[in-house]
Design a protein around this ligand. Structure first.
Ligand SMILES: Nc1ncnc2c1ncn2[C@@H]1O[C@H](COP(=O)(O)OP(=O)(O)OP(=O)(O)O)[C@@H](O)[C@H]1O
Length: 302
C-alpha cells in the first residue's frame, strides 16, 4: 500500500549531512527532484556523489537532516520496488543467463516489469540466452541496467553508469535510459562527464566538497560561471596586473600564454590592447567544462 501523496517530489534532501571521521562527505544538502525529471549529479572524484546516493537509497542514514523518497523514508520506497539502482560495484553472477538473472531479480519485487520489456528497454533483446560471464563490458552494463529496471521502478538511480564504456556503448546506454525517462519516470545519475550531463539531463546539480555548488540547466550553469575566455600571448608584456583588468575574474598562466576569464570581454580586450598585449588574442565562450571547473575550483588554484 502506498500512503504517499502524489504531489510529493520523487526525492527530497533537507539539510542532509554525512561525515566519515573528519570528512563531511555530504555537508548540508537541500535538493528536490520532481517526478519525471532527469537530473545529473556532477562532481569531481570525492565530491560526495556516491555518499549522497547512498543516503538516497537508505544504504546509509544521515547524521543530520533528512532524505525522503516520494514523501516517505527511502527504505520504504526501495522495499516497494519504486526505486531501481545501478551502483558502481555491481559484479555479474557467473554462469546464469541474462534472462535468468533478470527473471530472478524481477520475482523479488511486488509489481515487476515483464522480463521481455526490461530486456528490450535495456537493449538486450536477442541476448537473453547468453551467459552473463560471457558478454562484453558494454553488454554487462546493460544487464545491470535491466536488473535496475526489473522492479518497474518510478525512480532510477545510476552511479556513474557509463564509467569504462566506449563512445558507442555510452551512446547506446543513454538511448536506453532516455527510453525509460520518456515513460514519465524520474532519473538521477552521477557522472564526471559534462557532455553526458548536458545531453542527458534536464537539470544539472554540481556538487563540490559535499555541497551543492550550482543547480540548473546546462545553459544556466554556463552563464552562472560566467562570460568568456580571453587568451593571449604574454611574450614581451608579462603577466603582472592581469587580474586587475576590467571584467577579469580569474587568470591562468600556461607557459607564455594567459587565459583570462572575464565577464566583459570587450573591456578586457581593450585593456589588453592598451598594454600592447594582443599577440595571439583569442576570445571564446566558456564551455560547460570551464563552467564546471570554475564552480568546483579549490581555493589553492588561481
Ligand atoms: N566509507 C567511507 N569511509 C571513509 N570516508 C569515505 C567513505 N565513503 C566516502 N568517503 C569520503 O567521503 C568523500 C566523498 O566520497 P564519495 O565517494 O561520496 O565521492 P564521489 O563524488 O562519489 O567520488 P567518485 O567520483 O570518486 O566516485 C571522499 O573524501 C571520500 O574519501
Amino acid at each position: 500500500m502506498t500512503t504517499t501523496i502524489a504531489s510529493e517530489p520523487a526525492v527530497r534532501f533537507s539539510g542532509a549531512v554525512k561525515a566519515f571521521g573528519g570528512v563531511r562527505a555530504v555537508d548540508g544538502i537541500d535538493l528536490e527532484i520532481r517526478r519525471g525529471e532527469a537530473v545529473a549529479l556532477l562532481g569531481r572524484n570525492g565530491a560526495g556523489k556516491s555518499t549522497a546516493i547512498g543516503l538516497l537509497l537508505g544504504l546509509d542514514a544521515p547524521d543530520a537532516g533528512e532524505v525522503r523518497l516520494f514523501g516517505g523514508p527511502p527504505e520504504r520506497a526501495v522495499r516497494q520496488g519504486r526505486v531501481g539502482a545501478m551502483l558502481q560495484d555491481g559484479r555479474p553472477v557467473p554462469r546464469v543467463t541474462v534472462r535468468e538473472l533478470v527473471t530472478f531479480v524481477a520475482r523479488t519485487y511486488p509489481a515487476p516489469m515483464p522480463v521481455d520489456e526490461a530486456l528490450e528497454l535495456a537493449g538486450l533483446t536477442g541476448l537473453g540466452r547468453r551467459r552473463i560471464d560471457r558478454i562484453s563490458g558494454g553488454q554487462a552494463q546493460r544487464v545491470r541496467f535491466a536488473v535496475a529496471l526489473a522492479g518497474n521502478p518510478e525512480l532510477l538511480v545510476l552511479d556513474e553508469p557509463t564509467a569504462a564504456l566506449d563512445v558507442e556503448a555510452r551512446r547506446a546506454f543513454w538511448d536506453s535510459m532516455r527510453g525509460y525517462a520518456r515513460r514519465g519516470n524520474t532519473v538521477l545519475f552521477s557522472t564526471h562527464y559534462l557532455e553526458e550531463a548536458d545531453e542527458n539531463a534536464d537539470r544539472i546539480v554540481v556538487i563540490d566538497r559535499g555541497r551543492i555548488a550550482a543547480d540548473g540547466s546546462g545553459e544556466r550553469i554556463k552563464s552562472a560561471a560566467g562570460g568568456n575566455l580571453v587568451s593571449v600571448d604574454l611574450a614581451g608584456t608579462g603577466s603582472v596586473g592581469l587580474r586587475l583588468l576590467p571584467g577579469v575574474t580569474s587568470v591562468e598562466i600556461r607557459g607564455d600564454r594567459a587565459r583570462l576569464r572575464t565577464s566583459d570581454s570587450d573591456a578586457t580586450v581593450i585593456a589588453l590592447a592598451e598594454r600592447g598585449a594582443v599577440r595571439g588574442l583569442e576570445v571564446t565562450a566558456a564551455s560547460l567544462e570551464d563552467a564546471f571547473l570554475t564552480l568546483t575550483r579549490t581555493k589553492e588554484t588561481i
